[in-house]
Design a protein around this ligand. Sequence first.
Ligand code: BG6
Length: 476
Amino acid sequence: MKKEFPKDFLWGAATSAYQVEGAAELDGKGLSQQDVINRERHEKFGFADASIASDHYHKYKEDIALFKEMGFTSYRFSIAWTRIFPNGDDVVNEEGVQFYRNLIKELKDNGIEPIPTLYHYDLPWALVEKYGGWLSREVVKDFEVFAKYVINEFKDDIKYWITINEQSIIVQYWTQKCYILPEYQDNNQLRYQINHHMNLCQAIAVKYAHEAGALAGPALGYAPVYARTCKPEDQLAALNANDLRNTYYLDVYFRGYYNVAALTYLQQANLAPVIEEGDEALFAANLSDFFAINYYDSQCAHACPEGAERAWSGYNLSGKKGDMSGFETHPGFYQMCPNPELRTTDWDWAIDPIGLEYVYRDLYTRYRVPFMITENGLGAHDELTADGKIHDDYRIDYLREHIQATKRAMDLGVEVLGYMPWSAIDLLSTSNGYKKRYGLVYVDRTDEDPKECQRIRKDSFYWYQKAIASNGTDLD
Ligand code: BG6
């Protein structure tokens, strides 16, 4: 007989600090690299910056009331390092700590499990100025001060810590997710060096979470890679891409070492990180407890000749299908490409619920850890109609199919703790401002005009409310 979702299944949704909070320089908060990056993107592309975002800093009680109305039992958010330590050092900003005390209390008072992320792209700007930010191994010491303080401060309230958000996406889109000083931008080895520093921070965060009696795990943007054809050389290219884009990260988190084929490839290409003695021992001593999956799409690859030119992942900044600027290419290893079998979003992201089922099954076999979905969603041009509604049936279809995929995997024994799609409310997209929306709740603002950031329930809000009330059985 098919099992129901467990009674304590965590239903909720997710956001991150700089994408929703705003108040970028209020109550003692220091600037983060995202405040600076998004200011530059505003000037260059006209996208909103992070100064107001969705004004969650002022409206968090209203937002949590909406979460409760939807029936949430969990909420994934992130703690802005720069609210706690404005300069990235050890000088605490009490007002920033108080904001998260209030947020966590409000969630708990409403029966919602707070699931914080320690790091979601927003490194203190002061550390970029001091030593180039993530480029320097010095960042590990400063991160340790932050992680230790925050985990200890909230140890009575937090059961699950998410450590670092989407390291693999940071490697691919490093100048968007990190502020990289122009003189370093041509040195691609630094992509993997930054990632190595993050792996050290990740392990340290796991260590402190364990000392506090909590569980910890990373959130990785995870897209399985299929072969474009059943030719053996394309299958091998897909394996290579999975090793370098996925397993390279997961093996560190759950086994304590770098994947051999991926690391060897990086060494041959002069892209490998400098690894010091004892680093892998630190990973091995602090393995993660669960895997927080951020799942949006699947990917596709084919074989790539030795003589090809190396290329990194492209962008679609327009929201017009087909405007993807390029595909990652590693000569002699693999080349990414569109999957002709799948439909896509307006931003060319493949829509593939079966891919999520594949991920659960594959990773549970390999790592045997519980999962939670900490992002999953459809970025779209939502329209606020004249009568004040948002008819986002495309989002409802997307979420329904991914919840069904989750259930099918669970029916075959995979352990899933919760489902927290992206995003609880509309927020500043990392790539497309407010043109691309993900929320269950509409935030009435545009890139040009923040207006009052009024909250409006989308059709998906009511649909998700029904889905949660029925514990995932009524998805119509
Ligand atoms: C994930 C990030 O990569 O994808 C989020 O963790 C992000 O921060 C989300 O918003 C969607 O990406 P984008 O570029 O459409 O905002």
